[in-house]
Design a binder for this molecule. Structure first.
Ligand SMILES: Cc1cc2nc3c(=O)[nH]c(=O)nc-3n(C[C@H](O)[C@H](O)[C@H](O)COP(=O)(O)OP(=O)(O)OC[C@H]3O[C@@H](n4cnc5c(N)ncnc54)[C@H](O)[C@@H]3O)c2cc1C
Length: 473
């Protein structure tokens, strides 16, 4: 083991990439400084991303289930929504988690500076601290974890409190009567689902032919069918040509492939058209760091940039822009700095859309296999045949395995249904451990659970699923 106790590491950005890196560096004995504008670590994920959205989605699920309960003979009256209390609860979750990270920083003797960093040179930062003072910080290695921010379409930029991005939507200042979500990606659909459950009439507009571009269509279909009922409209192959503020709301002009432009007025509009990497770090031009044409910082498999002392991780280095990818990159970068023989080359980074139903996948997708002209076998287990799904009254789900027909190796897993996000980890493990379909088939799963559908999908591959009858040929 190399002695790293004399290494001083600076980490810029306190999100799930930055704090995971800082904490591991401290655990390995390095001297660590972590810099972020907030009072505590957390980044987008904790302050205005994963955590607040999932807190609100939990509330949305409760409201939807209580409405659905009348099918089971239990009737609740309509919910009374106290918006300030809802907001306060969501904020309390953020405060608890970020405060906990502040504590963990102290316990590990990570020096946390609340401020914004700019490069003076490859080995020194100028930090503008909260409160006004400036500090120059020298270091041996630095990890950039500056994350990303909501993308803006310049032609649709409108300075109005009626136009929200994901950050302002998560603040839940009110429940708009009519809400338009621009962009059918996961953030738009998650936040649209929250507002629909709270009582807004939600429309979503997506310029491509389907929601969640890139995801397998058979996984998206059950979600689409449910959103068709809970949303007022889903406009596909449609773009927003213009937005104008009026006394009563935002007048939006849509242009669809079918031709004629249409107009409608919304109380609020949520623009959710993707995210942009925060690679415009002041003074970065004083280093050898290279940024690619899409704005991502260029790195190698050790997360090292073109400047040997500078590493970069998380959203600022590329897709998928997900918290768990950022954390793993952070840990790999620190290990590389410590001299361990490591590389960031996962076979499966799970993606989860926390809508209802949830959609989750990992490894190879069917869509990608088709693009690559790759021969695969797909084994699907419909949840209509799952006892657990029936007890939940949620049989629209489906579990599928993407398998190499020659080796029988599991290359990818896709799940749509309640709790798909919790289930996908088994798929990630299968792909990473190079499991064969037979391994999943022979692994005894607890009954009755939704996880059994993974085992039964493997049984489908071999044509011998207990809960599916297939006539003999
Ligand atoms: C609404 C929403 C929901 C999401 N839901 C999920 C989810 O369910 N699951 C999931 O995996 N991902 C989710 N994400 C994405 C996830 O939040 C990001 O992938 C993750 O936060 C990226 O982590 P990061 O460490 O790269 O950077 P970030 O979390 O973006 O943190 C970067 C930090 O760096 C700071 N910073 C930037 N520049 C400087 C500077 N010059 N000096 C000092 N500090 C600086 C920023 O202020 C920020 O605090 C969601 C995102 C949004 C917006």
């Amino acid at each position: 083991m190399n002695d790293v106790s004399n290494l001083h590491i600076a980490v810029v950005g306190g999100g799930p990439g930055g704090y995971a890196a800082a904490f591991l560096a401290a655990d390995l004995g390095m001297k660590v400084t972590l810099i972020d504008p907030e009072a505590n670590p957390g980044g987008v994920c904790l302050y205005r991303g994963c955590i607040p959205s999932k807190a609100l989605l939990h509330v949305a699920k409760l409201i939807d289930e209580s409405r659905h309960a009348k099918n089971w003979g239990i009737e609740y009256s309509d919910p009374k929504i106290d918006v300030p209390r809802l907001r306060a609860w969501k904020d309390s979750v953020i405060t608890k988690l970020t405060g906990g990270l502040g504590q963990l920083s102290k316990q590990r003797s990570v020096r946390y500076i609340q401020g914004t960093a700019a490069f003076e040179s490859s080995n020194a930062l100028r930090i503008s601290k909260a409160g006004g003072a400036d500090e120059t910080l020298s270091f041996d290695r630095i990890i950039l974890a500056t994350g990303s921010r909501p993308a803006i379409i310049p032609s649709l930029k409108l300075d109005s409190p009626r136009v929200m991005d994901s950050t302002s939507a998560l603040n839940v200042s009110d429940i708009p009567g009519r809400l338009l979500v621009i962009g059918g990606g996961y953030i738009g659909l998650e936040l649209g689902s929250v507002y629909a459950a709270l009582g807004s009439k939600v429309s979503v507009v997506e310029m491509t032919a389907g929601l969640l571009p890139g995801a397998d269509r058979d996984l998206v279909l059950p979600l689409y069918k449910r959103l068709e009922k809970s949303f007022e409209a889903i406009l596909l192959n449609t773009t927003v040509a213009g937005m104008k503020e009026e006394a009563k709301g935002i007048r939006v002009t849509f242009s669809s492939q079918q031709g004629a432009a249409t107009e409608r007025v919304f109380d609020k509009v949520l623009v959710s058209v993707g995210r942009k990497p925060n690679s415009e770090i002041p003074g970065l031009d004083r280093t050898k760091v290279q940024v690619n044409p899409r704005g991502f910082i260029q790195i190698n498999k050790q997360l090292q940039t073109d400047d040997p002392v500078i590493y970069a991780i998380g959203d600022v280095v590329g897709e998928p822009m997900l918290a768990h990818k950022a954390s793993h990159e952070g840990r790999t970068a620190v290990e590389a700095i410590a001299g361990h023989k490591v590389a960031f080359e996962p076979n499966a980074i799970p993606a989860v859309v926390f809508t209802d139903p949830e959609i989750a996948w990992c490894g190879l997708t069917e869509t990608q296999a088709q693009k690559d002209n790759r021969t695969i076998k797909v084994a699907k287990f419909p949840w209509a045949a799952s006892g657990r799904a029936l007890t939940l009254d949620r049989t629209e789900g489906m579990t599928k395995l993407i398998i190499d027909p020659e080796s029988e190796r599991v290359l990818g897993v896709g799940i749509v249904g309640v709790s798909a996000g919790e289930m996908i980890s088994e798929g990630v493990l299968a792909v990473e451990m190079a499991a064969l379909a037979g391994d999943l088939e022979l692994t005894i799963h607890p009954h009755p659970t939704l996880s059994e559908t993974i085992m039964e999908a493997a049984e489908v591959f071999y044509g011998r699923a207990t809960d599916i009858y297939r006539p003999k040929k």
